[in-house]
Write a protein that binds this ligand. Structure first.
Ligand code: BGC
Length: 837
């Protein structure tokens, strides 16, 4: 038994300090400037300000010196107001990867880079970070959220928001709250009892609001306990603004605002996108009819004006961060590479398979379609367009001496057509009904995604009749190439002058219009082509009557699939290449049809024949290293039969360079799992993500992630917090008070390294329904070989509290705890007893 401690009444601040910068402070409130501006606006102008002017911005109001506020996704880059690749952005590793660094200071540097990108593109607010939880591995946007743990999520989110706002750019922490899966996301009513709602799902939002003072929050599509989130008075007005003191603006997720009075009275400030929204004229009318008090509209306008002042969009007041105070310029490519290697999680490394020793390994066989065509980010609104992508093949080719590397496809994760990419040179030509050209847009890939006013110069929906994607295709391989379409409406597809298809794709009676865009591709014909010989290609699309649609948009894709070789032959070829080399590196991956926004996953299997490929390569080559290129967990049924497994997430644009750094040992794989990795989907604690009769009960209560695995008889493949580096650590001593844990440890390996010290609390006896243990705090330390280091990690009071449903308040739980200083959840190195009262 330790001494009887009384917990000091400290703020809720979490365990790690953001080391490279002072703690964020709330930005100025600008009360006088806001009142002065507000006083000059009539009701119509105020109502107009609260509605999107278009897809990404609010109207300017020159009468008060207000510029148009521009918002953009988020979270791994800054797409800007055009959804095309002609305005590229740095693409950082996926949010799961950022969380795997367990380093809020690194997240802060990522945020600062994104602010730099946002400023370059004239963006005032970044639509990020996504801090919903990994309730189930099936969640379609799992890759876009940080972790299954609210403490880790809150700390990484705090660093990220602080960094973006250090750069004078706003954030919208999203999606408030309960958007933990995608199925029926517009309508689902998530039934969450108060305790898990507070202790899990609201907790990251609360930590970020209190510690990083975000300038915005995004209200989710879904309902929570019977009220849709954009109208949720209790959660938005009482909890977020009232209890937590949030002073930013609340923006709807795109098209999530459904009712004028309901939303504005429920606390929603801005309805996006526009111009057709429930605010604007409808809001002015609701005030005139007496349904909505004008004072409520004034409150929302104040919140938007405060955002404008903070981001420098309101003339006459200085922004929250003056030019002279902006952080020093960051090299985006270097940071993307650093985060990637800091995020890679080495979950298995037998016989020192990694790092590859160039003195001993003369030949490396690289295998896998994703090794050549890397999948560096997840799909949906999180998509940005990087200027370049370094694939594993590029990275290893650059890092290894000539003649060392061989490459074999092995197995393609997708046998479906995907948007035209490699070898295509395309542009989009827009014509009116007479065939006259209205304008042209460059098109680096075969995907047209023009939302709202985001049309090529000179083009307007009123006169737009057809869009032709046209250009040339130079095949990489000879053989039969397939071509196809995705999207609704009339299409004429030709290759080499031959019309492959001329028809109309209709929406099936029960289908969702988005399904035609995100859903299954349609193959329209095949053509035999010769490698290196270019052909002309064209896909003409007749657009329907869209000028009056709620969200005018042109969305369709020109699809392609290269020649399909016999799958067994490909696998045999890869196994042969592996046998002939000293080491094999197999990159396995998910596809855009597996991990994206808008749908959930139905299984965790690697698509295509990739499992067969790994088995065949491993049978041929004992030194087989598997790199998993996926944003969230996948089943790895062969994981004990290969020498090493490296989880690489969606590694961002520099992923291949970072991979070479780690495989060859220039850098250590620094990641620790931010989420438990199940061996099989059936073992995962929560697999229900689809509502029944419109409702999805979070019946598991507090028991998601490791909180649930700790009660299960089946162990996961890899536990929360797991990750091997290239050195070893001896934990020498642990002292704990209720306010902090002090850990001394020594780098007992042969090279310098970084360790993530994880502090878990485990109640010795529990009468209040808590999990067996939970993460209370963490910190990263660095040390040279043989060097000792010591770290004092603050323990937040909240770690000892539960949400008491009866009193509706946080309650401190006195009693006996064990404090664990751990390398991973399942690898506690030291424990001490701690009694608190
Ligand atoms: C997503 C948001 C995103 C918004 C704007 C929505 O579909 O849920 O995360 O910020 O679109 O692109």
């Amino acid at each position: 038994m330790g001494p009887l401690w009384r917990h000091p009444h400290d703020p809720q601040r979490g365990g790690t300090a953001v080391a490279d910068a002072p703690a964020p402070v709330p930005a100025p409130a600008y009360a006088d400037a806001i009142e002065a501006a507000l006083g000059k606006l009539d009701l119509d102008a105020k109502a107009r300000l609260l509605a999107g002017r278009d897809m990404w911005s609010l109207p300017a109001l020159p009468e008060i010196g207000l510029k148009s506020l521009v918002m953009s996704d988020g979270p791994v880059g800054v797409r800007g107001v055009r959804w095309t690749a002609d305005d590229p952005s740095v693409a950082l590793p996926s949010p799961t990867a950022l969380a795997a660094t367990w380093d809020p200071a690194l997240a802060r540097r990522a945020g600062r880079l994104l602010a730099q990108e946002a400023r370059r593109k004239g963006v005032h607010v970044l639509l990020a970070p996504t801090v919903n939880l990994h309730r189930s591995p099936l969640g379609g946007r799992h890759f876009e959220c940080y972790s299954e743990d609210p403490c880790l999520t809150g700390e990484i989110g705090t660093g990220y928001v602080a960094g973006v706002q250090d750069g004078g750019v706003g954030t919208t922490v999203k999606h408030f709250v309960g958007n933990d899966a995608e199925t029926d996301r517009f309508t689902v009513d998530n039934v969450i009892t108060p305790r898990p709602l507070r202790e899990l799902y609201l907790a990251p939002f609360e930590a970020i609001v209190k510690n990083a003072h975000p300038w915005g929050i995004m209200a989710a599509y879904n309902q929570v306990n019977g009220s849709t989130m954009t109208e949720h008075r209790y959660l938005q007005n009482e909890v977020l603004r009232g209890e937590w003191g949030f002073d930013g603006y609340i923006v709807s997720d795109w098209m999530a605002a459904r009712s004028t009075a309901g939303a504005v009275l429920g606390g929603l400030d801005v309805a996006m996108p526009g111009p057709r929204t429930v605010y604007g004229e409808a809001l002015a009318a609701a005030v005139r009819s007496g349904e909505v008090p004008e004072s409520v509209v004034d409150g929302a306008v104040r919140n938007v004006l405060r955002l404008a002042a903070r981001t420098g969009a309101l003339d006459g007041v200085g922004p929250a961060v003056a030019e002279a105070e902006l952080p020093a310029r960051i090299d985006g490519h270097a940071l993307a590479r650093e985060i990637a290697h800091r995020a890679f999680v080495l979950v298995r490394n037998e016989r020192g398979a990694l790092p590859i020793d160039p003195a001993r390994v003369r030949t490396v066989a690289l295998v896998g379609a994703a090794a050549r065509d890397a999948r560096v980010l997840g799909g949906g609104s999180a998509t940005v367009f990087p200027e370049r992508i370094v694939s594993p093949l590029d990275g290893l080719t650059a890092a290894l001496p000539d003649g060392t590397l061989t490459y074999a496809v092995g197995a393609d994760p997708s046998d479906e057509l995907t948007p035209a990419d490699q070898g295509f040179e395309l542009r989009a030509v827009c014509r009116d009904a007479s065939g006259a050209v209205l304008g042209e847009g460059s098109l680096p890939g075969g995907q047209v995604q023009w939302l709202g006013d985001d049309l090529p110069d000179g083009v307007a929906y009123e006169t737009l009749h057809s869009v032709e994607v046209t250009g040339s295709f130079t095949p990489r391989e000879s053989g039969e190439h397939s071509f196809g379409t995705r999207g609704l409406g009339g299409f004429t597809l030709s290759v080499g002058g031959e019309v492959l298809w001329d028809g109309v794709q209709e929406l099936g009676s029960e289908s969702d219009p988005f399904e035609a865009f995100f859903g299954a591709p349609n193959e329209r014909g095949r053509v035999a082509l010769t490698a290196g010989v270019p052909v002309e290609v064209s896909l003409r699309h007749t657009v329907g009557d869209i000028a009056d649609a709620p969200l005018p948009a042109v969305m369709f894709s020109f699809l392609h699939l290269g020649p399909q070789r016999d799958a067994d032959e490909l696998i045999a070829e890869a196994a042969e290449a592996a046998r002939a080399a000293d080491t094999a590196v197999v990159v396995v991956a998910t596809t855009e049809r597996v991990e994206s926004e808008g749908f959930d996953r139905t299984d965790l299997r690697l698509p295509g024949r990739q499992d067969d490929l790994v088995r065949a390569v491993a049978a041929a080559q004992p030194n087989t290293v598997v790199v998993v290129n996926a944003g969230s967990p996948v089943e790895l049924p062969w994981r004990d039969d290969v020498a090493a497994v490296l989880l690489g997430w969606f590694p961002g644009q520099e992923g291949g360079a970072a991979l070479a750094d780690v495989l060859l040992g220039t850098e250590e794989p620094g990641g620790r799992l931010p989420t438990t990795w199940p061996a099989a989907l059936a073992d995962a604690p929560v697999t229900e993500v689809a509502p029944t009769d419109g409702r999805l009960s979070y019946r598991e209560g507090l028991f998601i992630g490791y909180r649930a695995w700790d009660r299960s008889a089946t162990p996961p493949a890899y536990a929360f917090g797991h990750g091997l580096g290239y050195t070893t650590w001896t934990y020498e001593s642990l002292e704990a008070t209720p306010a902090s844990a002090r850990v001394r440890l020594r780098n007992s390996g042969a090279r310098a390294g970084r360790e993530t010290v994880q502090i878990y609390l485990a109640p010795t006896r529990d009468g209040v329904g808590r999990p067996r243990r939970w993460l209370a705090a963490f910190a990263t330390v660095e040390a040279a070989p043989g060097e000792r280091t010591e770290v004092e990690i603050p323990l937040p009071r909240r770690a000892f509290e539960i949400w008491d449903e009866e009193s509706g308040s946080w309650t401190f739980v006195p009693g006996s705890y064990e404090v664990h200083a751990s390398h991973a959840l399942d690898d506690p190195r030291l424990a001490v007893a701690l009694d608190v009262s």
